[in-house]
Design a protein around this ligand. Sequence first.
Ligand code: SF4
Length: 283
Amino acid sequence: MITITPIENHREREKGVIVYPVYSRRSGGLSVGINLFPDKKSCPFDCPYCEVFPFATNAIFSLEQMEFDLRNTISSALEQKTPIKDICFSGNGEPSLSAVLPQALELAGKIRAEIADEAQIVLITNGAGLLQPQIFSLLKTAATTPLALNIWLKLDAGTQDWYEKINRTSVSFEKLIAKIKEFVSCTPVTIQTMLCAVDGNSPPPQEEKAWVQLMVDIASNVTENSQAAGGIRKVQLYGKARPSPEDPKTSPLPPQYLEERAASLRKALSSAVSAPPPVEVYI
Ligand code: SF4
């Protein structure tokens, strides 16, 4: 049996681990992370608040190692009477762009069924993979079949300007938003938005307004299609709570700011859709 000592930040990932336990605010308990990129960061975004510090290891991802480590971690947690909230694909980059994701999802589903049937399987994504039809289809299928993949989708900006500051990517904002709307219309997701200052500046008023409108558009798009199995399950607003290699480029905003953004969104969603999703704040 190994001792379950959840890590407080993601530094263990940078030592080449594939499976790592964390206490997650947004999961509400123990989350067992799966890192598909133990060798180097691999992400088409370059968010200035990203918590992955520069590192290099000779570690190689393998399904055999993932299985061994996942079984050990789950068994140890259960022996220590620690319930497992989820098995979460996250790690040093964008998991949807890993070539082994289909097999890794299948393996996680098999292990869950055998020894951790209460745990959800979560995938945290920036949505870049949705621009590729095969990944769009893989995620949709994984979310809407018995695996019930719980997709946490990043949507940090409502305007091109803020997107360029907060996500710093060559992925087209326009194309990404179009794909997110299409995806959410047929697949249930949790939307996550990071709210922090960049270079000491909070998001400008036009960004706040555009982001609320975008959320309403996405939620309404689903409501209009009554046959769809999709929708926004919930919205999670979270603040900067952990160190980033680029500190102090990004910095936390006052808790009241996050609460006010959440209140504006709740109000707008309540007026626009009959069953608005919950909007949660994680300071
Ligand atoms: S999408 Fe995630 S992994 Fe990629 S740069 Fe942003 S925070 Fe880091």
